[in-house]
Design a protein around this ligand. Structure first.
Ligand code: CP
Length: 269
């Protein structure tokens, strides 16, 4: 048997993943990184400023080269919809979508679905408020809530004609009703969306406040919360059984841990 040189002898079996975040992220990036470290995954951190893209290299060549370094999968966030799908096409490796433009945020949706499972025994009446039109969280989580059989609607307060038009188009695409702000109080849960300035939000409705909520209405938000724009800070005083934001963060971490475990155990090449 041909012996391998000392230099080539592996220290121990390791799984190497690549974190490629081309948009800012706190929760998604660090929860993937933490989950991976707990499982023993090693990460390459693909920082946009370190790439040879600045010299004129294409994304395709960049990813094809990185795929030669014994990496097993990618976790990708990008401002362009379907960019993670391209990375899979270029490399043939598994890619976890950590948020692509206005399109999808699947691991957020799975964490949110888990939060609903833990919180409601049966079907819930859920409304979304905020810039749903530009929100990948709305596209992924809302769709999953519908699949789970919950009743979903979109709030419009009629303050801004352009926002109302966008809300109407979004609601039509998802087959959900648009409801006035006064109806939030009759919902079991309000899901407040972040103002999407980086994607050209055209303005905002009045921030969600305690007066909008019914006595038992619960609250979700994928965070980061823009206090004073998305919601008034007084909402922080909701009891933990009604304010589900940190539970969402915990569940997203659990979902990501589970997905990494599955990828780590799968035979991919
Ligand atoms: N919810 C979410 O995606 O947060 P980050 O942008 O901080 O990752």
């Amino acid at each position: 048997m041909k012996s391998i040189s000392l230099e080539q002898r592996p220290l121990k079996t390791k799984i190497l993943g690549v974190l490629g975040f081309f948009e800012p992220s706190t929760r998604t990036k660090l929860s993937f990184e933490a989950a991976g470290r707990h499982l023993g995954i090693d990460w390459l951190d693909l920082k946009p400023q370190d790439l040879s893209l600045q010299k004129g290299e294409s994304f395709q060549d960049t990813f094809k080269n990185i795929a030669q370094y014994g990496v097993k999968f990618f976790v990708i966030r990008h401002s362009a919809s379907y960019f993670p799908h391209l990375v899979h096409e270029w490399t043939g490796l598994p890619v976890l979508n950590a948020g692509d433009g206005m399109n999808e945020h699947p691991t957020q949706a799975l964490g949110d679905a888990m939060t609903l499972f833990q919180t409601f025994k049966g079907k819930a009446k859920i409304c979304f408020i905020g810039d749903a039109f530009r929100s990948r969280v709305a596209r992924s989580s809302l769709r999953l809530f519908q699949v789970m059989g919950h009743s979903v609607s979109l709030v419009d307060d009629g303050r801004d004609k352009k926002i109302s038009e966008e809300n109407k188009a979004f609601a039509h695409a998802f087959g959900i009703p648009v409801i006035p702000r006064s109806k939030i109080s009759s919902c079991d849960l309000v899901y407040c969306l972040r103002s999407q300035k980086e994607r050209g939000s055209v303005g905002s409705q009045n921030p969600l406040n305690s007066g909008d909520l019914g006595k038992t209405t619960k609250l979700m938000h994928a965070a980061p919360v823009i206090w004073g724009e998305d919601m008034l800070v007084e909402i922080q005083n909701l009891s933990p059984d009604r304010n589900l934001i940190l539970l969402q963060a915990e569940n997203c971490f659990r979902v990501r841990t589970r997905l990494l475990k599955q990828i780590g155990e799968a035979k991919t090449r």
